[in-house]
Design a protein around this ligand. Structure first.
Ligand code: MLT
Ligand code: MN
Ligand code: ZN
Length: 306
């Protein structure tokens, strides 16, 4: 399989429009060695295929499509390599890009869980609004461990896992989580048997989640924050990382600790990186610590072949 990282930043992107933290100001001024990033999304296609699956539709999707030639194969007057969209949650940074796909000439095939479909019909009625444009052909994602396929994308199968993270702020279950608010996905290439685990929002690593990470050839997981109090320390927010559904990398029980237990051959990648995270600075001690631990940062445009 081929995974193209369309966007590797958390909500807000990097730099964030209204932010002048050291990272955002530094990358804007060109004084910091760091790469700009759009909001998190990946595109996955089989090795021998053109059409693939878009995981999350970020508000930056139009820019992401423009800068990734694989997204526009140009076979017809109106065309796209996107055979279907899979949502990991209903958050703004993962779902509002659906509006940008409204010019399709057929219903947009969309896979999401029931709680996410509900949030995107009620609290943030993206799916209802889209009925006035291309419309959506929605397929439920179940959490019973069954795999699904996306028509037009042969040889890849997908399986969802409920995660402990956070529903969007407009969701009635923001503070009373229900299974399916956030999912991780195991992507399996049926021909090669290779697999990847994708979870851009991951608040806690449960046993079933860690079992999947152990089995995967590559993990692309939550890279939002370095410390639990990252935004508090900067005076940007009163919320801790874990409170908003993101496991920090550093400290006891952080993502680095978990990744250290993975088999040596597993490719370890962080995605959904917040603009405040010191790992974005390529010269930071935190970045060096990740490199020593064999952990990579996803970058926009990166191709991953697990
Ligand atoms: C998150 O991942 O916590 C959210 O996407 C934050 C946001 O709404 O930007
Ligand atoms: Mn997010
Ligand atoms: Zn910033």
């Amino acid at each position: 399989m081929r995974i193209t990282v369309l966007g590797s930043a958390a909500g807000g992107g990097f730099p964030q429009w209204n932010c002048n933290c050291a990272n955002c100001a530094g990358v804007r001024a060109g004084t910091l060695r760091a790469k700009m990033r759009t909001q998190s999304s990946i595109f996955v296609r089989p090795d021998d295929g053109t059409d693939g699956v878009l995981f999350n539709a970020s508000p930056d999707i139009l820019e992401q499509i423009r800068s990734s030639p694989v997204m526009q194969p140009g076979r017809h007057l109106r065309d796209s390599a996107i055979a279907g969209v899979v949502l990991m949650d209903g958050q703004i940074d993962h779902a509002t890009g659906l509006f940008m796909l409204r010019e399709r000439n057929s219903k947009l095939p969309l896979w999401c869980t029931d709680p996410v479909a509900e949030d995107l019909t009620q609290g943030n009625p993206v799916l209802r609004v889209l009925t006035h444009f291309c419309g959506v052909d929605r397929h439920p994602i179940t959490l019973d461990g069954t795999s699904f396929e996306v028509p037009g994308v042969s040889g890849l199968s997908f399986r969802a896992l409920p995660l402990s993270s956070k529903a969007a702020p407009y969701s009635p279950h923001r503070d009373n989580p229900v299974p399916g608010d956030n999912i991780g996905i195991v992507i399996t290439d049926q021909r090669s048997g290779r697999s990847a685990f994708y979870a851009p929002g991951l608040g806690e690593i449960s046993t079933p989640v860690f079992d999947e990470m152990m089995r995967a050839d590559a993990v692309l997981v939550d890279g939002t924050f370095w410390t639990d109090d990252e935004m508090l320390a900067l005076g940007i927010s009163k919320k801790r990382a874990r409170e908003i559904g993101h496991l920090p990398q550093s400290g006891e029980g952080g993502m680095i600790d978990w990744m250290a237990k993975l088999p040596p051959k597993t490719r370890r990648l962080l995605i959904h990186i917040n603009n405040t995270n010191p790992i974005l600075d390529e010269d930071s001690t935190q970045r060096a610590e990740l490199t020593r631990a064999g952990i990579e940062l996803c970058e926009d445009g990166m191709l991953i072949q697990p």
